[in-house]
Design a protein around this ligand. Sequence first.
Ligand code: RAT
Ligand code: ZN
Length: 434
Amino acid sequence: MTNLTTKQLEYPISQDGAGSGDARDVHELRKQVDEILQKTPVFDLHTHLFAPEFGELNLWGIDELLNYHYLIAEMFRFSSITPSEFWALEKTKQSDLIWQTLFVENTPLSEATRGVVSVLNTFGLDTRAKDLRESREFFAAQNPADFIERVLKIANVTDIGMTNDPLDEAEIKVWKSGAKIDSRFHAALRLDRILNGWTDAVPLLQKQNYEVSANLDATTIGETRRFLDDWIQLMNPLYLGVSLPDDFAYPEESIRGKLIKEVVLPTCKEHGISLSLMIGVRRRVNPALKLAGDGLGRTDVSVVARICEENPDVKFLVTFLSRENQHELCVVARKFANLMPFGCWWFLNNASIVAEITRERFELLGTSFIPQHSDARIFDQLIYKWNHSRQLIADALFKSYKGLLEDGRIVTGKEIECDAAKLFSGNFRSWVAK
Ligand code: RAT
Ligand code: ZN
């Protein structure tokens, strides 16, 4: 095979449709891809952020940034503090300890620690500070509304998908208050407590006046559907979503299986709303670590093929937590047009793995997928999560375009803009028709 050099890749003669502004060699192409991906706005389809109307549920600032469960897990690897001692501390003492352990006593190499460094650096704060005094002063001086605008602008994010639990007291209050939610924040109706903890969910549905019982009789099925209909009307969610364990099966002889079949899928069908399946989490592998104690497992991906095949009228957004499941997900997506792979979720959101998954997806699916969501829990995280993701997606896209150039086709600036728009927002918007 010929090994093409940069020189050989130049195309002096005009190709059909290519104009004067279009990259004709790899250097120009690289520059153009980077520039276009930087300026393309993002629709972040899955976060744990809240609109300003949700008050204290909306988290930001250095103490929240440091108390991120990704960092708490890492802190326990270095510190001798026990989980019960840690949880007994006040939040500021917890963040002092995390800072001291991960940023002062050790080099912050992990993705989550680099994220904090990146946020501090963006705001001109000392990334090698010995304590948190300066950054606490900085965040305390911010006006929350202005801060949100600033972060959205820096991250170039226009729309945010929240994670909304219709059984959460604090959220219910806001939804039922009739408050007008900032239109850049979109609801996503989360079903975890219903599908993964039905017995505990029953009294909470009853409290909202739905006539349900632990055994799934016909009345309960009907009432749970009514519950979802009502919440869909109130929230107008982008999609219904659930996180699922690695041993999730479909069909499944279980409460969850029956609820999915008789409540969730018919609801999705009736409302024309997608179902987001986030598969592969093993909750509380180390319960003492609470939210930081979740792990993952590999799933049998044929579960997704089955659910897509049996429900051609329902659209599925799917992400797997295990790296080993990524290639199989791409192959299933090639078979089912009602399946949209999305994101490099949680433990996958690290440079080496995002690079690999994104390349694999371009190679198997072209641009017909959604490369990333941030999963941000703290507002400021949008800055580093999207900065890192943009660079990695640009790298992968560039490599695909370079291959195309080598095969004899120039990619026009317009095409790059169009692809970037699809990847960062268009594919999702058309999937959920927003
Ligand atoms: O990434 C995370 O922060 C996890 O804790 C989970 O919230 C996960 O993203 C989920 O939505 O279940
Ligand atoms: Zn999440």
